[in-house]
Ligand binder design. Structure first.
Ligand SMILES: Nc1ncnc2c1ncn2[C@@H]1O[C@H](COP(=O)(O)OP(=O)(O)O)[C@@H](O)[C@H]1O
Ligand SMILES: [Mg+2]
Length: 253
C-alpha cells in the first residue's frame, strides 16, 4: 500500500468522488488531480458544492463513493497538512480575544490545552507572513475586515500546512483589500499549494491557470478555455467577464 501511494506524493487526487448529505447527490463523480505547488480556483454557482468539496478534501466529510488522496495520504491522516479558512467564521466579535490567541488556535493539538514556545514562535511567524507583525495583543474585534481575514489566514498557516484552502475569503472586503489579499496568496503559493474558492472571475481569469468549475458535476478548464458563454451556462445567469490572454501551460482532462 505504501509503495503504491508514494507514487502520488505530489498530487491531491480526487477520483470518482460523489457525495450526498441526504438523498440528493451534491457532488457527482468528481475526478481531477491538483499538482503540489499549484494555485487552483474552485468556481461555480451558490449551492454548486464548492464548500462541500473543500470539506471532503479536508476530511471533514467522507465521500459517499470514490477516493481522495492528499499527497499519498487519506484526508483524515493528512488533516495536519491542510490549512483551512472557512467560508463562515462564526466568531463572536463581542468575545474579547487577542489576535495571537486566534492564531494559536491553529496550533491546537489533540489531548493538549497548552501551547509551548514552539507554538508561540510559529504563531508569531504566521502573523509575520500575513504582514501583521506587532498585532499580537490587539483585540480581534478592533481589526478591519481585511485584517481579520489575514489573522484567520495566519491561524490556518500556523501549523505550516502544505495546502491552504480558502473558502470565498474576499466576500466581505473591499476591492483594494481584496487585491492585497491576492498578493499575499501568491506569496504564500511559493511555499504551499493554494485552493481558492472564489467568485471573482476577473481575478481568476487573469491570474490562475487552472479553474475547477463545480456545479454538482466538476469540470476542469485551463483559464484560456473559459468564455463568457461557458461561465454563464455554469452560473445559469449572466456573469460579467473580462477577456484575457492567460498563457495556458497545463491542461488536465
Ligand atoms: N450540512 C448540510 N446538510 C444538508 N445539505 C447541505 C449541507 N451543506 C450544504 N448542503 C447543500 O449541498 C449543496 C451544496 O452546498 P455547498 O457545498 O455549500 O455549495 P457552495 O459552497 O458551492 O455554495 C447545496 O444544495 C446545499 O444546500
Ligand atoms: Mg460555499
Amino acid at each position: 500500500m505504501e509503495l503504491i501511494e508514494s507514487k502520488y506524493d505530489n498530487e491531491i487526487i480526487i477520483e470518482d468522488v460523489s457525495f450526498k448529505y441526504n438523498r440528493e447527490e451534491v457532488i457527482s463523480k468528481a475526478h481531477f488531480h491538483i499538482d503540489r505547488g499549484s494555485f487552483v480556483c474552485f468556481i461555480g454557482p451558490n449551492g454548486g458544492g464548492k464548500s462541500t468539496l473543500a470539506k471532503l478534501i479536508l476530511g471533514l466529510l467522507k465521500p459517499t463513493e470514490g477516493y481522495i488522496s492528499i499527497f499519498g495520504q487519506s484526508p483524515l491522516k493528512a488533516r495536519g497538512r491542510v490549512g483551512y479558512v472557512p467560508q463562515y467564521t462564526n466568531f463572536d466579535l463581542e468575545f474579547p480575544i487577542n489576535v495571537i490567541d486566534v492564531v494559536l488556535m491553529g496550533r491546537l493539538k489533540k489531548g493538549s490545552l497548552f501551547y509551548n514556545k514552539q507554538d508561540r514562535d510559529a504563531a508569531r511567524n504566521a502573523l509575520k507572513s500575513v504582514d501583521l507583525e506587532g498585532f499580537e495583543n490587539r483585540h480581534f474585534s478592533e481589526l478591519s475586515g481585511g485584517q481579520r481575514q489575514r489573522v484567520l489566514i495566519a491561524r490556518a498557516i500556523s501549523a505550516n500546512p502544505e495546502v491552504l484552502i480558502l473558502d470565498e475569503p474576499t466576500s466581505n472586503i473591499d476591492a483594494t483589500t481584496e487585491n492585497m489579499l491576492y498578493k499575499l496568496l501568491f506569496k504564500l503559493n511559493n511555499r504551499m499549494t493554494i485552493i481558492l474558492i472564489s467568485h471573482n472571475l476577473t481575478f481568476v481569469s487573469e491570474n490562475v491557470k487552472k479553474v475547477i468549475c463545480i456545479n454538482k458535476e466538476v469540470k476542469i478548464h485551463p483559464t484560456g478555455d473559459i468564455t463568457s458563454c461557458s461561465i454563464d451556462k455554469l452560473f445559469s445567469h449572466p456573469v460579467k467577464f473580462v477577456e484575457h490572454s492567460t498563457k495556458v501551460e497545463e491542461i488536465h482532462e
